[in-house]
Design a protein around this ligand. Structure first.
Ligand SMILES: [Zn+2]
Length: 340
C-alpha cells in the first residue's frame, strides 16, 4: 500500500512533473492550437513512455493526460464521441506506469474556456464537464485530483466542489497570467486562502510563469495559507519585462508562445535551483509545467537530495575528454580552440 498524498506531504517536499501536452506536441503526437490529447487513444504507448520518463526522473505523481480532454475541446476537433474513452484510457495509462514505482495517480481537470463569471448558466456547463470527466477518473481509480491552470477562482471552486463530491483530495492551482489578480479579481494569495478554506488540501500556482517571476507570487501564498502549497512553473526564462510565457517575444518582436519558446528554455540548472528555492520557502509540492523535459525533473529531484532511477545516467563531466582533470595534450589543443 503506497503512502497517501497527505502522508507524502507530511514526510517532505513532493516532486511533480507535468507538461505532457507541450512535450507530446514536440514529439509529433498532439496538434498545437487545439492541444487536445488525442494521443491517449491514438498512440497510448507515446503517453506511457513519457510517464515513464518522468517517473524515472523522480516524479512522484503520474498525472492522467486529460488536460483539455473535456467536451468543449473535443467538439472542436470532432471527437466528442471519444470523450469517455479518452478520459478512462488516460487514467488507466497513468495507473499502469505509476504501479511500476509506487507513484500516486492524479486525475486532472483544467480551465474549460466555457466559464463566464457574468453568466450563471456557464456554471452548470462547467460543472457538468468536470462531473463527467472526474466521475470517469474516480471509477478508474485516482488517488487525488489536480485542478489546474485556473484563470478564475469561481471556476476553480466548481472543480473543488466536484472533486470533494467524489470524496477525493484536491490540489487546486491558479494560472498566474496576470500581475496580481485572477480573472475574477482576487489576489492570487486570497484565491488560495479561499480554496483552502473550502477544503482544498493543496493550493498554489502552475503554468504561465517561469521560475524567476513565479517565486514572488508563491512566496506571498506560502505566507498566507496554512495548508500545503504547490508550485509548478514553466521552464522558460520569464522576467520583469515578460513575466509570463505568453508575453515573451523573439528579438524581431514575434510572440514566442506557444511553439517558438525554445530559445527561452531554462537549463536543468535553472530548474534545480528553483526546486531548492521553493523547498526552502516551505513549498510542499514542487513541479514543472509546459515545456518540461525529463532532464529538468531529474535535476530537480537531485536538488532535493534524491537519487532517482535516471540518476544512473546523470552527467559525469569528469569523464568528458575535454573537461577531465588529465586532459591530453591533443584534447587541450581542441579545448583551446573552443575557448577562442
Ligand atoms: Zn502548463
Amino acid at each position: 500500500m503506497s503512502a497517501s498524498l497527505a502522508e507524502r506531504l507530511r514526510a517532505g517536499t513532493m516532486l511533480g512533473a507535468e507538461g505532457y501536452v507541450f512535450e507530446l506536441e514536440r514529439r509529433g503526437y498532439i496538434k498545437a492550437g487545439p492541444f487536445v490529447p488525442e494521443v491517449v487513444l491514438d498512440f497510448p504507448d507515446a503517453v506511457r513512455q513519457l510517464h515513464r520518463e518522468f517517473l524515472r526522473a523522480g516524479a512522484e505523481v503520474m498525472v492522467a493526460l486529460t488536460y483539455y480532454a473535456h467536451r468543449e475541446k473535443l467538439r472542436d476537433v470532432g471527437r466528442e464521441g471519444d470523450l469517455e474513452a479518452m478520459n478512462r484510457q488516460a487514467v488507466r495509462i497513468a495507473r499502469s506506469v505509476a504501479a511500476e514505482a509506487d507513484a500516486l495517480v492524479a486525475g486532472n481537470v483544467c480551465n474549460t474556456w466555457a466559464y463566464d463569471p457574468d453568466d450563471p448558466a456557464t456554471v452548470r456547463t462547467v460543472r457538468a464537464m468536470y462531473a463527467e470527466q472526474l466521475g470517469w477518473a474516480a471509477e478508474e481509480g485516482v488517488d487525488f485530483v489536480i485542478s489546474e491552470t485556473n484563470d478564475y477562482l469561481g471556476e476553480a471552486l466548481i472543480a473543488l466542489d466536484v472533486i470533494q463530491g467524489l470524496g477525493l483530495p484536491a490540489m487546486v492551482t491558479m494560472a498566474p497570467t496576470q500581475p496580481k489578480l485572477t480573472r475574477d479579481g482576487y489576489e492570487y494569495a486570497d484565491a488560495c486562502r479561499i480554496l483552502a478554506a473550502e477544503g482544498a488540501q493543496v493550493v498554489g500556482l502552475n503554468c504561465d510563469r517561469g521560475p524567476r517571476t513565479m517565486l514572488p507570487l508563491i512566496t506571498r501564498i506560502r505566507e498566507t495559507v496554512e495548508c500545503a502549497v504547490a508550485v509548478q512553473p514553466v521552464p522558460y526564462r520569464t522576467d520583469a519585462i515578460a513575466p509570463t510565457m505568453e508575453t515573451l517575444r523573439s528579438p524581431d518582436g514575434e510572440r514566442a508562445f506557444p511553439i517558438a519558446l525554445d530559445s527561452f528554455t531554462c537549463t536543468r540548472f535553472d530548474m534545480a535551483q528553483f526546486a531548492a528555492q521553493a523547498r526552502d520557502l516551505g513549498v510542499n509540492y514542487v513541479g514543472i509545467c509546459c515545456g518540461a523535459g525529463p532532464h529538468h525533473v531529474r535535476a530537480m529531484a537531485e536538488a532535493l537530495g534524491r537519487e532517482v532511477p535516471a540518476s544512473k545516467y546523470s552527467p559525469s563531466m569528469d569523464l568528458h575528454p575535454m573537461f577531465r582533470a588529465d586532459v591530453s595534450a591533443k584534447d587541450a589543443a581542441f579545448l583551446h580552440s573552443w575557448n577562442a
